[in-house]
Design a protein around this ligand. Structure first.
Ligand code: EPZ
Length: 417
């Protein structure tokens, strides 16, 4: 098993360039099969979730090749539409292969998707929306089998602004007959990025980021070369790494607007934050002051930064409350933080935190992607040595987190045993 070994107490400092967004690249990899021409995703992060999606594409007959940091996808010879349970279980993103496969192959067969174990993660919003577009769907023993000779545009209302379901409908309707409207879609920056990606292929998608997305079906999509937006969650995670260690760092390739809710809170925590173009500079304050927050759909506080921010609040002066409104159980990191000396009590969807002076190193277990990142941040603060086990979870969403933290002055190394 791969582990991070962290000797805490070092103040981080230096400059770091943020990678492209995992949650943009994954739907784009699905979208790449909507054309038989070459698609190039520039600056593609080499993370485990990307390699899992590549495995799925290769099994379907799609050629992929990294040229430096650019990923070239050629689906000219795609010849299958079945995603095996073992592959589909590796990550949540297998679900939006459904919309793309239905557009390209008229069929899709896959199992209920995997991904972080942070709640039930049903797919009812996805399936109901696809049925509206004319897809015939058979569900049995956890398998989903879909067929659509030709999808037809419809007005679709979401009862919850699901990110994945919004992406699935965009991928399914961009080549459908007629117009599709999605009311109450997700408004995350990655949805806007997917719209721009599809439009760079000749798609006609409008309104992503607002409360209605309009997709006019086109006959054909062409290849493209596209650079995804920066990863706002990676940016937020590294900003927090500086603050939890009392350091100061400068991040480039950022879009501060996309993590405005976190930046506001860091100012409450007494940090100094300066923004200039794609640069975010953060300098820790003299003492860390607690603040409370609730997660919600964009532009509210991102659920993907909840665990990492909870690590900071564990060592911030005063009491705070964190309410997780997106996933029903995204607190698997709490027990591990408590092992390190954090004072946290969870009641329902709310965690009540009393800040302590400093955490203590311990042996802890990463149980999901962002929970794992939270434990790394806690280890950077803690006295003594922290061993974070099962870092495979972390490598699903961060490229070389240990290397980047070492570059900023952290004492962290990877061991295998
Ligand atoms: C995407 O997951 C992201 N993953 C998640 O990031 C992120 O936390 C989430 O959006 C919310 O922003 C990717 O983009 C690959 P949802 P997704 O559909 O699409 C319920 C990370 O750490 N729901 O918006 O699965 C669901 O149970 C990962 O990078 C239904 O009830 O999120 C959840 O409670 C973790 N029925 C809520 O909606 C459905 O059909 C949000 O889910 C779909 C979702």
């Amino acid at each position: 098993m791969e582990k991070y070994v962290i000797n805490g107490g070092r103040k981080l400092s230096g400059k770091l360039r943020v990678s492209s967004a995992k949650n943009s690249v994954l739907p784009m990899l699905a979208g790449a099969i909507l054309t038989d021409e070459r698609v190039v995703i520039k600056d593609c992060p080499k993370i485990l979730d990307v390699f899992s999606m590549i495995k799925i594409l290769n099994v379907l007959g799609v050629k992929t090749e990294f040229c430096g940091n650019d990923l070239v996808v050629d689906s000219k010879n795609i010849n299958d539409y079945v995603i095996s349970a073992s592959l589909g279980k590796e990550l949540r993103s297998s679900i939006f292969m459904m919309g793309a496969l239905l557009s390209r192959m008229k069929r899709a067969e896959l199992s209920h998707p995997g991904g972080c174990d942070i709640g039930a993660r049903p797919v009812d919003i996805h399936l109901n929306a696809l049925k509206e577009l004319g897809v015939i769907i058979l569900e049995e023993n956890g398998e989903i089998k879909c067929y659509a000779e030709k999808m037809r545009g419809r007005v679709i209302h979401f009862n919850f602004p699901s990110v994945g379901a919004t992406e699935n409908v965009m991928l399914a309707s961009v080549l459908a007959e007629g117009k599709t409207e999605i009311h109450n879609p997700a408004k995350e920056p990655e949805i806007v990025d997917l719209m721009n990606f599809l439009n760079s292929m000749g798609g006609k998608v409008y309104g992503a980021g607002t409360s209605t997305i309009l997709i006019e079906g086109v006959k054909k999509l062409s290849g493209t070369t596209y650079t995804p937006i920066p990863d706002r969650i990676e940016a937020g995670t590294f900003l927090l790494s500086a603050v939890i260690t009392g350091g100061e760092i400068e991040l480039s390739n950022c879009n501060a607007k996309n993590i405005w809710s976190l930046i506001h809170k860091l100012c409450d925590n007494t940090c100094k934050v300066t923004i200039k173009n794609d640069i975010i500079y953060v300098k820790s304050g003299n003492e860390r002051k607690s603040f409370s927050f609730s997660t919600g759909p964009f532009p509210y506080f991102s659920t993907d930064l909840q665990a990492q921010t909870m690590a900071l609040l564990s060592v911030s002066k005063g009491e705070s409350q964190v309410t997780e409104n997106i996933f029903e159980f995204r607190y698997r990191h709490v027990d591990e933080l408590i092992k390190m000396g954090a004072d946290i009590k969870v009641k329902g969807r709310t965690a009540y935190i009393k800040g302590v002076e400093r955490l203590n190193g311990a042996q802890v277990l990463a149980e999901d992607l962002r929970g794992g990142a939270s434990l790394v941040l806690a280890g950077l603060n803690a006295s003594g040595t922290t061993v974070v086990e099962n870092v495979r979870h972390i490598k699903r969403g961060y490229t070389e987190m240990d290397e980047k933290l070492r570059f900023l002055g952290a004492d962290i190394k990877t061991i295998y045993d």
